[in-house]
Design a protein around this ligand. Structure first.
Ligand code: ARG
Ligand code: ZN
Length: 895
């Protein structure tokens, strides 16, 4: 395999030779197929530079230097790097005018300026601005933008860009056309530029900042969606208030706008003053959105808003530093959600996501450090590692420094760097300098990929009145494709611990003089020993380790099953308690898998069932937390550290555990489901139907109700199906969480009734794009034997559209995560997904590359499947017109 891809390296960074402190843009919108752009760049050469580098991939009509058109001989365009080099430019400041033309309707990559439903939208991060005009399209070139938009009044009544609107009116030469001029006073890089033009409805609100300024809030949607923005608007106001209270950060413009669009590659985008959102993270009402959907809206609205300071006011020097803004902003949105409600449950949900997806990424061919050292296509590095592991890295500063110390670091970071484009090292220095802390070794989190492993062992010694508990911690780092383990150095990380006695009480202990019931140990060597002096004699110690998931690592401790059950029953740290249960589940599934492999009887798991029975009967446990305790690890978590994986056998072993537990616990599960329903209904008697809205308390009851219900279906699928079938309308009428809850519970049912329910669901929500995504997700996530056939049939459903990223994720993306079907032994799942990658590659490389990651496991599956996967990837790699996005992923997996 020969790779001709251009790789960009962090080590090659050079400061820009030209600055552009001011840019004026004129967008002349002729139609959705024709937009003419005139960009006026006020350029300041640095150190007498005369070769000017611009980036661009748009139809170029004219370039003028100080008003004089430049002949083509004055510039060279390198198509591959999308770089336009202008020769013999003045060494003194000058003005460059660039005229380009684009066709937004033909742009199905949703990168740059594109059309959706007759309206125009932009997506510029990281390198979309160059599809609009020519400019130094790099984040360390920051300037003030003024944008004029001209368009037909009837087709494009709304004209938006960043900042404040300073002028608008009719065009003199044509009364059917109008214009608007927007000015953003804050210097920003090109990636934060945004423009929206079209026929949109608006919902307005206001927010008074704590210094007393009034900020206008405006949410733009299609007219038919305007009634679904109330929750998002409330979430925004909560986020604005939270950032003032917890971080002391206030909004800085007079208006904050959010635009929702159904065609969007990602979740949302933090363009200065004009956020553009996937409809999925704006629109929510109880008829169409589940409780987790509401929570997703709240957290993404928060995330994009928080970027205004962590991302926009202080931005990234280069794209290798992406985690500077993303890791920090994910940490901030996680804290926002945790402060809003159910902190413990939110923390565990985040850990689950990290383990299922980021740990798998870190253990595979795409592994990269939080700050990647190289990339081919930057779009491929908006990853779980940069975002979620990056957030864990920020959380570790917080754990070491505490809230006050962390906030001191934030304050210094903004004092030093407001208005600048900086690096992860600058952030680390602010945290260290504000606290007199030493984070030199901590820098390794930004350069070493792979999930560290902590092997912990203990011993207890008593001599007279001295009781010493010793923890021995051994740290190791795995090989990753970019760096062998031998080249890696021990990392610095916080290890939060407490010690439980035989009654489940925390044992006080002395460490470096003072007495604690829990502490954070600093792990920073390959091997080290910690001696804790116990304040009283005990018979035994059960250590509670990595409390709160204090570091993103694998921790191994040789617990007995009884110790795990003890932690599950008593640990007061919700993560550690939940983790004890997860370890028991992992052991049980491993035992099932061994039995399936050897053809022996499946174990009964009686002790585990007993431990869960106590959990189910314990009325003091928060129902949302109880639901989490009942959920077994996903397959991808069970593959940690393994090779020659048979994915279908793992799925069967996991499913067998579900069945065993449902068999042992059906009485308790039924009681839990009924109690949860009763608790949810208790305050609703005699009120009307619309009271089934989102709130964290009811959401917790519903989560428990349907977790239990889905397990009950395993115990008696025909009885549950009969019950669901009879009461469907009555349950579904309450809200989408209930409707989704029962549909997911019976979604694996092989009877025709399941199909009938899905048909009714689809008919009811035919005009609701986001609910139709749920329909496609149900089709694609079913374990029914005919799932691939149903997915193939769904491709021709009138509401399916392969050009729409949400639809692709819902149907094809979900299928690729359906373990037994994607990994079908005959290769049919691999073939199907590879065919779709091939098709989508032609118009949306970014979405195609996302799907290509489904093959991440190739090197670790058993040989027959590995050969089948390799064959599909090789066929992709052989395509002459494979995008660089997909090629980078495919070639890395092939190795
Ligand atoms: N900055 C956005 C966010 O995290 C995501 C933009 C991703 N864009 C992309 N082209 N990959 O909020
Ligand atoms: Zn972000």
């Amino acid at each position: 395999m020969t790779s001709t891809q251009t790789v960009k390296y962090l080590r090659d960074y050079a400061a820009p030779a030209h600055l552009v402190p001011k840019t004026e843009l004129l967008f002349d919108i002729i139609s959705e197929t024709e937009v003419r752009i005139t960009a006026t760049l006020h350029i300041e050469p640095q150190h007498g530079a005369t070769e000017l580098e611009l980036h661009g991939d748009a139809k170029l009509h004219r370039i003028a230097l100080n008003g004089e058109t430049l002949p083509e001989s004055r510039y060279t365009l390198d198509k591959d790097s999308e770089t336009l080099t202008l020769h013999d430019m003045p060494a003194e400041p000058f003005v460059l005018t660039v005229e380009t033309e684009v066709n937004p309707a033909a742009n199905k990559s949703f990168n740059g300026l594109y059309a959706s439903g007759g309206n125009l939208y932009t997506q510029c991060e990281p390198e979309g601005f160059r599809r609009i005009t020519f400019h130094p399209d790099r984040p360390d070139v920051m300037g003030v933008f003024t944008t004029e938009i001209r368009a037909d009044k009837a087709a494009f009544p709304v004209l938006l860009s960043n900042g404040n609107q300073i002028r608008s009116g009719s065009l003199h030469d044509n009364p059917n056309r109008h214009f608007a001029v927007w000015h953003d006073p804050f210097a920003k890089p090109t990636y934060l530029f945004a423009l929206v033009a079209g026929d949109l409805a608006v919902r307005r609100d206001t927010f008074k900042t704590r210094s007393g300024r009034d900020v206008a809030i405006a949410f733009y949607t299609r007219a038919e969606d305007a009634d679904k923005t109330a929750f998002a608007i409330e979430s925004l106001k909560n986020a604005m208030k939270w950032d003032e209270e917890r971080f002391g950060l206030e909004y800085d413009l007079d208006i904050f706008m959010v635009v929702a669009v159904g065609d969007f590659n990602m979740g949302a985008m933090e363009n200065k003053g004009l956020n553009i959102f996937n409809t999925k993270y704006v629109l929510a009402d109880e008829r169409t959105a589940t409780d987790p959907d509401f929570e997703g809206v709240e957290s993404v609205i928060g995330h994009e808003y928080f970027h205004n300071w962590t991302g926009n006011r202080v931005t990234c020097r280069d794209w290798f530093q992406l985690s500077l803004k993303e890791g920090l902003t994910v940490f901030r949105d996680q804290e926002f959600s945790g402060d809003r409600a159910s902190r413990a449950v939110r923390r565990i949900e985040n850990v689950k996501m990290l383990r299922q997806h980021q740990f798998a990424e870190d253990a595979g061919p795409m592994a990269h450090p939080v700050r990647p050292a190289s990339y081919v296509e930057m779009n491929n590095f908006y990853t779980m590692t940069v975002y979620e592991k990056g957030a864990e890295v920020v959380r570790m500063y917080h754990t070491f420094l505490g809230e006050e110390g962390f906030q001191r670091g934030m304050k210094l970071y903004f004092e030093r760097h407001d208005g600048q484009a900086v690096t992860c090292d600058d952030f680390r220095a602010a945290m260290a300098d504000a606290n007199g802390a030493d984070f030199d070794q901590f820098a390794l989190w930004y350069s070493q990929a792979g999930t560290p492993v902590l092997d912990v062992s203990d011993s207890l010694q008593s001599e007279g009145s001295l009781h010493t508990y010793t923890l021995h911690v051994k740290q190791s780092l795995p090989d990753t494709p970019d760096m062998p383990a031998a080249d890696k150095r021990p990392m610095m990380m916080p290890l939060a611990v407490a010690l439980l006695d035989e009654n489940g009480e925390k044992i006080p202990f002395a460490l470096s003089g003072s007495l604690h019931t829990e502490t954070v140990l600093t792990v920073n060597q390959a091997e080290q020993t910690y001696e804790l002096q116990l304040a009283r004699p005990v018979q035994s110690v059960t250590p509670s380790l990595l409390r709160g998931f204090s570091a993103p690592v694998h921790l191994h401790f040789d617990y007995t099953d009884a110790q795990l059950a003890h932690l599950l029953a008593h640990d007061d740290d919700p993560f550690a308690r939940w983790e004890a249960g997860q370890t028991l589940y992992r052991r049980a599934i491993a035992a099932n898998e061994a039995a399936l492999e050897n053809g022996t009887d499946l174990p009964e798991h009686a002790a585990l069932a007993e431990a869960l029975r106590r959990i189910l009967n314990d009325q003091s446990i928060d129902p949302a937390f109880k639901a989490l305790l009942l959920q077994v690890p996903a397959e991808s978590e069970l593959w940690d550290g393994r090779t020659r994986i048979d994915p279908v056998r793992t799925a069967a072993a996991r499913e067998a555990l579900h069945e065993a537990l449902a068999g042992s616990l059906h009485g308790e599960l039924l009681a839990a489901a009924l109690n949860a329903r009763e608790a949810e209904n208790a305050d609703k008697r005699g009120k009307q139907i619309s009271i089934y809205g989102y709130n964290p308390q009811d959401a917790a009851q519903r989560s428990l109700q349907y977790t239990a219900f889905a397990l009950l279906h395993r115990f008696d699928d025909s009885a549950i199906m009969a019950q669901v079938f009879e009461h469907y309308d009555e349950i579904a009428r309450k809200n989408m969480t209930h409707e989704w809850g029962i549909l997911t519970a019976v979604n694996h049912n092989e009877s025709p009734r399941r199909n009938e329910l899905l048909v009714r669901f689809a008919a009811k929500f035919d005009d609701q794009a986001l609910v139709m995504d749920k329909y496609f997700m149900l089709i694609a996530s079913s374990r029914r034997s005919d799932t691939l056939a149903q997915v193939q049939a769904a491709l021709t459903h009138p509401r399916f559209d392969i050009a729409n990223p949400n639809k692709v994720r819902a149907l094809i993306g979900t299928f690729a995560r359906n373990v037994p079907h994607f990994h079908a032994a005959d290769g049919s799942g691999y073939r199907f997904v590879a065919d779709k990658i091939r098709e989508i590659n032609a118009f949306n490389p970014q979405i195609a590359a996302g799907l290509a990651r489904s093959f991440n496991l190739m090197q670790r599956v058993e040989p027959q499947r590995q050969a089948l996967m390799r064959q599909e990837l090789q066929a992709l790699a052989d395509m002459p017109d494979l995008s660089k996005d997909v090629r980078e992923i495919v070639e890395k997996i092939l190795g």
